[in-house]
Design a protein around this ligand. Structure first.
Ligand SMILES: C[S@@+](CC[C@H](N)C(=O)[O-])C[C@H]1O[C@@H](n2cnc3c(N)ncnc32)[C@H](O)[C@@H]1O
Length: 253
């Protein structure tokens, strides 16, 4: 009868019991839906756990623009080496609205802006305020007058309903922390018949490096299942672009 109270006041046993009950876990805090300045960490949002906690923390650092320009725009990155072929495969036409989701340092800014022409719009969407400010400066410096900057949050792309003809995401998908709530915001923002084009890293055991197996959480089948669950229909895989570590998929609304 007296065993339980005495167990609970015994310090060692009390700690063990707390561990068993999970009291040692870091408390989870909700990420405000519209707080792009706050780095997403190991938190839940709208009751959902991040599928890859902390994956974007690397971008919320001093000197992120300099550090990541050097990395993201290096010719050794195959999507940079194949940038012209990737953009050509989008078959952009003047006057349309394209959203570069997760535009980063702007590696695709000039090519996409040129593709939609002066009568079109390029929406450069970013989660990280420093990247967004850099994209704004870069567009101005390069005279890309059709570029607008859009701030996303980790749970919402921040685009108006039915406002985009083509969405482009290059090596961004594995950085989406809350796909179950984020992907429906993409679906809403795409006009009916519009395209979502995703370039994403392969995740193939035995082929993909150990580092990338850890960094990229999902393989192509998982990505396709998640994107189609949000309402998109898989249209085709683009295979003419010379990519060895990435694949390129076109989905439609
Ligand atoms: C690997 S970088 C790719 C940047 C660019 N697309 C490129 O290929 O050079 C991933 C980018 O996705 C952005 N990102 C991560 N989560 C995002 C979200 N939920 N919405 C918009 N951008 C996001 C990051 O801030 C980062 O700039």
């Amino acid at each position: 009868m007296r065993a339980w109270p005495s167990l609970l006041v015994h310090p060692v046993l009390a700690v063990s019991l707390a561990l068993l009950l999970g009291c040692s876990q870091r408390p989870r805090t909700a990420v405000p839906a519209e707080s792009p300045t706050e780095p997403p960490t190991e938190r839940s949002s709208d009751g959902l756990a991040s599928v890859h906690p902390g994956i974007n923390d690397r971008y919320f650092q001093p000197d992120a623009v300099q550090v990541w320009t050097d990395t993201l725009e290096a010719e050794r990155r195959e999507v940079i080496a194949a940038r012209d072929e990737i953009v050509a495969a989008l078959e952009l036409t003047p006057g349309i609205t394209v959203a570069d989701i997760g535009a980063g340092t702007g590696a695709f800014l000039a090519a996409l802006s040129g593709g939609v022409g002066a009568s079109g719009r390029l929406l450069a969407v970013e989660l990280v305020p420093e990247f967004a400010a850099h994209l704004r400066d870069r567009a101005a410096a390069e005279g890309l007058t059709n570029v607008q900057i859009v701030m996303a949050s980790a749970t919402d792309v921040g685009l108006e309903p039915d406002s985009v003809d083509l969405m482009f995401m290059c090596d961004v998908y594995h950085h989406i922390e809350y796909p179950k709530v984020y992907l429906p915001t993409l679906f809403r923002a795409l006009r009916p018949g519009g395209q979502l084009v995703i370039v994403e890293f392969d995740r193939i055991p035995g082929k993909t490096s150990a580092r990338m197996m850890k960094h990229v959480r999902q393989d192509q089948a998982t990505l396709t299942a998640e994107v189609t669950a949000a309402g998109f229909v898989l249209d085709r895989e683009i295979e003419q672009v010379p990519l060895d570590e990435n694949y390129m998929l076109v989905f439609r609304k």
